[in-house]
Design a protein around this ligand. Sequence first.
Ligand code: 4NP
Length: 159
Amino acid sequence: MVSVMFVCLGNICRSPTAHGVFQQMVETAGLAAHIQVASSGTSAYHIGEPPDRRAQQAAKQRGYNLSGISAQQVSLDDLETFDYILAMDKSNLTALKQLAPVNHHRKLKLFMSFAQLQPHTQEVPDPYYGGTDGFAQVLDLVEVAAQGLLQQIRQEYQL
Ligand code: 4NP
């Protein structure tokens, strides 16, 4: 089993979107028994809450269901056990590096490093304080990076 955890600040906008999109891609590829998907936030702000209504709405418009996801804060145990820990932006990555023991740092990456985009985009911008356009943009970026991530995992684990 390969395990992937998506991480943002609140675990109510970007990382649950990545979680729902990637989970659906994994299921469509018939790999649900091989790839475990989860998400969390670096902050404790929204623990126990469902994804932001705007994120759920935008995802639903593209056929993704985020309703089963509930926000949690990333734990030391997560950092030790997940194989891929993917940050939505550089500040999330910095927070993860401060929290994770050094021997686990190689698992910490920017999610957008898997996106084959020209010009290269490094971060999924935080949509929380903006309009609904921001949530559609999150989905655009997440869909591309999720494809690249699945391709990478299939190669690496011969799935
Ligand atoms: P997320 O978005 O990190 O993509 O879940 C945010 C959610 C909540 C806050 C900031 C960003 N907040 O400040 O409460």
